[in-house]
Ligand binder design. Structure first.
Ligand SMILES: O=C(O)CCC(=O)C(=O)O
Ligand SMILES: [Fe+2]
Length: 315
């Protein structure tokens, strides 16, 4: 029913970006069926896989050479179905300054970005990070849909709840503030001084367990804080120990709880011939509580497109 509904939505003129305006065309029976599978991974593992949920969609042709050159018409129905599923999980949104403000991001290896800490990199390890850590309204869920993955390149996922951390490290990382800046996919859209001078904490406790906000390549640690640096290093190492590699196959969606698990990716060699790995990504807001101190953060002036209403609450 996903394929039929996506086709009907496309015929009606909808795209993933305007799905929220066409919600009346989504059958309630589909929302109900998806609500059964679309449960947030609020478990200690921090992720879940919706195996083959988009596998009925045809191969959309060659992998684009960058997000900029993706032909949105070729994946219009796949993107609509992905956005529909994301909208059952929660409230999907995009960032005005990321991938032209689109809801569905294309994550493909990109020439010139090989060694950067962004989704388009390849020959370096993409280090552990929680998505959009710099922002108080970052996604609670990160959805990665696999279009193509012929070389079985996985996403590494590590839950802070499975990290072997001492009480002393948890206490230090929960109280010592750091400054997290936007990553290089936001280049040119912010300037120094728009941040919140180092009030962000790496860990916090919630009723159902420990949560994390962690993006080492883009973080400034306070000067003269050797204990914090050491605790940070131990956090990274314990994520290495706790991490799992999840290699999606075409049609799979990997759902990552962005407050519980960090993600990363090992280096790989891109071919740039249209056969490379191709993921689609949607960011989703949930209902969960973050530290009150975050409410005062300015988020470097970054503007969201959405969040759009969840289909689940409509149904
Ligand atoms: O390529 C991957 O497996 C993950 C890339 C990533 O960090 C992201 O899309 O947010
Ligand atoms: Fe990421």
């Amino acid at each position: 029913m996903l394929l039929e509904t996506a086709s009907a939505l496309a015929v009606a003129g909808a795209t993933a970006d305007t799905l929220h305006l066409h919600a009346a065309l989504v059958p309630q029976s589909l929302v109900a069926a998806l609500s059964e599978v679309a449960r947030s991974p609020r478990s200690d593992s921090g992720y879940r896989v919706l195996k083959g949920i988009l596998s009925e969609f045809p191969d959309p042709g060659p992998t684009p050479s960058s997000w900029k050159s993706a032909d949105h018409e070729r994946t219009r129905e796949f993107d609509l179905a992905f956005a529909l599923i994301a909208s059952v999980f929660g409230k999907p949104f995009g960032w005005k300054s990321q991938q032209d403000g689109r809801l569905v991001h294309n994550i493909v290896p990109t020439q010139g970005q090989e060694t950067m800490q962004v989704g388009g990199s390849s020959t370096v390890r993409l280090e552990w990070h929680t998505e959009d850590s710099y922002h108080p309204d970052r996604p609670e869920l990160l959805l990665l849909a696999c279009v193509r993955n012929p070389d079985d390149i996985g996403t590494d996922i590590a839950s802070v709840r499975r990290a072997d951390l001492s009480e002393a490290d948890i206490a230090l990382l929960s109280t010592t503030p750091v400054l997290i800046e936007p990553d290089d996919s936001y280049a040119g859209s912010w300037s120094e001084g728009q941040g919140d001078e180092g009030k962000m904490t790496t860990l916090w406790q919630t009723e159902d367990g420990l949560c994390m906000r962690f993006d080492p390549p883009y973080t400034r640690l306070p000067e003269d804080a050797p204990e914090l640096c050491a605790a940070w290093r131990r956090l990274s190492e314990s994520l290495d120990q706790a991490g799992m590699t999840v290699a999606g196959q075409p049609g799979d969606i990997v759902v990552v709880d962005n407050d519980v698990a960090a993600h990363a990716r090992r280096p790989f060699q891109a071919r740039y011939d249209g056969t490379d790995r191709w993921l689609k990504r949607i960011l989703v807001r949930g209902e969960w509580k973050r530290p009150e101190a975050e409410l005062g953060e300015r988020g470097y002036g970054q503007v969201q497109i959405g969040p759009h209403p969840s289909l689940r609450s409509a149904g």
